[in-house]
Design a protein around this ligand. Sequence first.
Ligand SMILES: Nc1ncnc2c1ncn2[C@@H]1O[C@H](COP(=O)(O)OP(=O)(O)OP(=O)(O)O)[C@@H](O)[C@H]1O
Length: 587
Amino acid sequence: MRRQWILPLFCAAMLLLPALPVPDFWITQLNYIGLSAIVSLGLVVLTGVAGLTSFGQAAFVGVGAYTSAYLSVTLGISPWLTLFVGLGLSVAVAVVLGALTLRMSGHYLPLATIAWGLALNYSMANMEFLGKYDGILGVPPLMIGDMSLGSGRAIYVLIWVVALASAIAVINLLDSRPGRAIRSLKNGTTMAEAMGISTFRYKMIAFVLAAMLAALSGWLFAHFQRTVNPSPFSLNKGIEVLFMAVLGGIGHVWGAFLGSGVVKLLEDQLQVLLPKLLGGSGNFETIVFGVILVLVLKYAPDGLWTFVQRWFPKPPRVRDWEGAEALPSRSKPAVGEPLLEARAVRKEFGGLVAVNDVSFTIRAGDIMGLIGPNGAGKSTTFNLVSGVLSLTKGEVIFRGQNVGGMSSREIARKGMSRTFQHVKMIPEMTVLENVALGGYLRSSSGTARAMLRLDRAEEKRLFAEAERQLTRIGMADKMHELAGNLALGPQRLMEIARALATDPALLLLDEPAAGLRLKEKQALAEVLRQLKREGLSILLVEHDMDFVMGLVDHITVMEFGTKLISGTPAEVQASPVVRAAYLGTEH
Ligand SMILES: Nc1ncnc2c1ncn2[C@@H]1O[C@H](COP(=O)(O)OP(=O)(O)OP(=O)(O)O)[C@@H](O)[C@H]1O
């Protein structure tokens, strides 16, 4: 069967199911699976893709459910209106909680989600007007005209339309400009910020989206169950949806459905089977789930969906961007104009002066090498210039403006683009998609446009630019490969293509030859020579003197954080001071 037919056939089959003589029991089960899958889908974006673990999603389900139940029962408001109130409230709660917690890193964020998950759940259980532990009874069914969606079979289609539409919207999002920005969050924020992406903004978008999906599920749940109480929105349930997402494959949209299906069906079977086997009653299935989770984390950490995925290998992206309009480009400085001036830049780490009042100038069209032995302070200087580190003292003037103290994101916007000493990329994205990330600031499609697939014209422009830059560095033949499968040499070249896709006025390369084999170094040197011929201005940090010598116009040599000498390669090579620094002879 052709791959593109699978999704429409699956959707059609799911939606036509209640018209077939399927027992009510299975329809009810599928309703619960659909409801859980919508919440898990949020966790795929938040945890699987963005790398932000949340145990508290069930509380957002409660926000959607309680809002609709309260407003429709007490005030008689139509549930179709209360949906929007519930979604609005979930966004408001998520924005407040996100502002407080999303800047936390490591284990602090998951701990914070436990805290607010508990707090929200206890609020629901203790509010008089929400019926305390008894909750709210007599929630009205959803109505379409005169047709009631009160029965499980009637609401089934709505639940699955919402679940499948949400899945398609998330798939669209992940394959888009904002989607690539969200995917860049998982491996630290330095690279994304250097591409001009506000990582906090995209963390917030992922968090709010996950909260909205949970609230949507809660709204459906309230009008399917026709009653709400605090227990389905407890921390246990939050852990259960996370378990579903992990079991299914937390990085995969359809993993959310697979995980929900497996857990719900297994839970049902185990609840009957285990008490019979073990005698007595109890939630024995929880013990089994605990064991399964440990085994899955050990033997299939990417979840069950990866096994299904093997049957449907993803074809390469269709090359449909031929003739797409070029992305906007910035005005470039005239050759010879001062481009970057470091004025007595200084960085102290506690008592250590890593960079000691270093000054240098780069003119447009020049390639400058910043060299020196290990630990000389080159990378620190580079990070000061590109805004990754804050200056202790000094000024960095870029195109006539003091950018010292600006964030790397703001500096990227001004036209400086960089690569990293240790390659930073999204390994599970293709080379083309990684390079397209460089075009972020030259494009503008947002989350809603991406989810509705209204961003395709701009996507074509982004991919055309990415391919152009890959062709420029001789890597177009690798554009459909996964970046993580490349050797180090091509990965470094890919980073250069990504930096070029930002249309920089100045390209900063941090030890691009480090760890490369001779052949890879030669290929890299050829690419840099070509960029020089094209008139690009480059600051190159390197400690391989041979690599730098034939390539650059000027060299600044550093040792122990201070500038030893600036000059042409010939002047530097002739300098006894430099030889001493490199060979360890007396000055
Ligand atoms: N974040 C940090 N905290 C404390 N000390 C640091 C930090 N970063 C760098 N240093 C120290 O600053 C000095 C300069 O380091 P830097 O990495 O800039 O040197 P380098 O010339 O780039 O060396 P290499 O070629 O090995 O990368 C070193 O002594 C290093 O240990």
